[in-house]
Design a protein. Structure first.
Ligand code: GRF
Length: 208
């Protein structure tokens, strides 16, 4: 079976990248190949996890643009582009050219709290539940179809900091499951439609 050829985009610590690499090593993601790790931030701490595994890293700048990435996606038959803590908004053309292949990890229970500072906004809004979502990336920010969510309870003692920590733990569970579903072809975009074979009925999966 051919491996799912992936690009992973990061901007910061890269703990989700580290977790994906661990899941490949443990065999949970045995059909995944990371072709390259790409960042907008030359000092992203997470780049070290790619370096340790001799995975090529690239930095988006004037010499390496989204057009260059697009050409690579075509040339190397990239199957999946994973935004794992990528904090920049992708150009519309790039999203449209690769729609159906780009997924994003977002630290909230979408459609609640699109955008930034989700943990702080959960505390301010008094929500009793919080979590993380993985969704297809479309032109509209954080609005593409969600196909897995992990839920945590918000306790009275929680702060934005503790929520961030707990949401991260949930992210380490749901993002690998999402990637595995792709490798098993349980999720795919087919023309205009998103197919969630055996995965989604009416509601996003709640992974508790
Ligand atoms: C994650 O919480 C992700 O949901 C958000 O940015 C964070 C990245 O964390 N978009 P890390 O860089 O993987 O540690």
């Amino acid at each position: 079976m051919n491996k799912l050829n992936c690009l992973i985009f990061i901007s910061g610590n890269g703990s989700n990248l580290k977790n994906i690499i661990e899941k490949i090593d443990s065999g949970f993601l045995q059909n995944i190949f990371i072709h390259e790790v790409i960042t907008d931030n030359p000092s992203a701490g997470g780049l070290k996890y790619a370096d340790e595994k001799n995975i090529t890293t690239k930095i988006i700048d004037d010499d390496y643009t989204y057009d260059d990435i697009s050409q690579e996606i075509i040339k190397h038959n990239i199957d999946l582009i994973i935004l794992a803590g990528f904090m920049k908004i992708l150009p519309k053309d790039f999203v449209n050219d690769h729609e159906g292949k780009i997924i994003n990890l977002h630290p909230s229970l979408l459609p609640r709290h699109r955008g930034l500072d989700t943990h702080k906004r959960v505390i301010q809004s008094g929500d009793k539940l919080h979590g993380a979502s993985v969704h297809f990336v479309t032109e509209k920010l954080d609005e593409g179809p969600v196909f897995i969510q992990g839920i945590i309870e918000v306790r009275d003692s929680d702060t934005a900091f503790t929520l961030e920590k707990n949401v991260h733990q949930m992210e380490y569970q749901i993002l690998p499951i999402a990637i595995r579903w792709f490798s098993e072809k349980l999720i795919e975009k087919n023309g205009e439609y998103y197919n969630f074979r055996g995965v989604l009925e009416k509601e996003p999966i709640k992974y508790l």
